[in-house]
Ligand binder design. Sequence first.
Ligand code: NAD
Ligand code: UGA
Length: 478
Amino acid sequence: MIKKVCCIGAGYVGGPTMSVFADKCNDISFNVVDVNPDRIAAWNNKDLSKLPIFEPGLDEIVKRCRGKNLHFSTEVHKYISEADIIFISVNTPTKTRGIGAGQASDLKWVESCARQISEHAKGHTIVVEKSTLPVRTGEVIKDILECSQSSLNSKNEKTFDILSNPEFLAEGTAINDLENPDRVLIGGSNENAIKVLHDLYKRWVNEEKIIHTNLWSSELAKLTANAFLAQRLSSINSISALCEVTGADVREVSRAIGKDSRIGSKFLNVGPGFGGSCFKKDILNLVYLANHFGLPEVANFWESVIDLNIWNQDRLTHIILEKLFGTLTEKRIGILGFSFKANTNDTRESPAIQICKNLLNEGASLKIHDPKVSTKQVALDLGIPSIEECSKNKELNKLYIDKKWEKSHLENDFFDNLDAVIVLTEWEIYSDINWEKASKKMRSPGWVFDTRLIVNEEKVINSGLSFWRVGVGTVKRD
Ligand code: NAD
Ligand code: UGA
């Protein structure tokens, strides 16, 4: 009988996943451990608006379960030693140096987990790969765990089973995705271990949705799912550029192709390009694997998905530059949205980062709004201190004299003297802006660039502002 579960890694996956597990399995104790004490302190904050991750519905679950059967702690070894099941849910970013730098996954955090488990686990433990991992990582984990098995005498015997159980949640909808998953994937070879994990999920997931595969298929299926999703976005984003120059409207094209049940209507929303911590990293990983196994054509095919995404972000900068008479020097631009998608505070690989950097390099000064991203995070992502920070320090002021940005509320004065406004994230509030009022505050001729197709077209056009939309182009007045 499973009594205690430990999850190593209290991030975007570990935190919400264990919260939902705890909510569905009241008789089991879920202990989420992390080496980052600030993150754990934030998970334990009494003020639920200060949890480290913003995810709709998460605060309610944490309120129900925290302190009962859901605990957040830095005591990694203690909770490893008590656990019947351990989920490895740590970060697996792209390697920045050495062989495979820029493509392969850096597995140092996963290896460190395996070593800690090998040292501190007791009795029989099921180790579950929850992180997204290159195919055959299970072998590395197994090798490390087996070292500890063989070095012990039979009295203190430790035994392990390894399963792969990749996570398919998307940020912003994580709680719903976890409560109502399309499928749960369990890869492994030991039927008893698979049954234990299967039985946990079946408490709330229809058994028909729980798929069993071998370990390697499970690892590769996760990478493949992300690659297919990202490829779909690069496909539709490439078509959006064609729409803008031909007079076709990408919304109509998407609707028409989405009606074909073989294609389907989901994941066809054009945008500034895909962001988020995983699509790029997981495709790069696939590219690395394909090259490693001597399949350069496969590698090139998947790499082109990323190339298109980078091109898409740069092309938006070119369009903005061209519409604003070829120069952004001394122009003021409002940025609406900095997170990589709505309903999350996550900015990892957000297209807003590259687009803002491009605009700053062209000499524009930026006023940035996002409902959930902090000023500190924007500064970290841009690598440039805000106007407020610079004003406190002469050296900084001199260094960044032509790269100015500030974070701002979305109140009336947001639009003061702006030459253009660019919508980069599809936060709902941006679909309801009073453009009549905004246009009166902006410099003329003022532009609105909508890279998410969420702005009310009629209101912008009636306000007298010029309007450009991704996948449509410049909207002509009747
Ligand atoms: P994250 O960076 O938000 O969290 C990882 C956490 O692990 C960090 O807080 C870090 O301090 C902790 N950690 C690292 N090594 C540790 C160790 N040895 N002991 C204890 N704690 C340790 O990452 P994330 O977004 O939660 O992603 C985790 C994994 O899940 C990645 O492999 C990712 O590809 C995958 N994934 C992410 C998402 C997503 O939406 N973010 C969705 C599906 C899968
Ligand atoms: C994605 C996958 O959807 C999850 O299944 C997967 O578990 C996760 O990656 C992961 O492995 O990390 P996520 O990145 O959180 O989830 O969010 P998505 O909804 O997939 O959006 C990714 C990017 O694509 C965002 O920048 C989003 O704005 C963009 N997008 C998405 C579009 O431009 N158009 C769309 O129609 C959908």
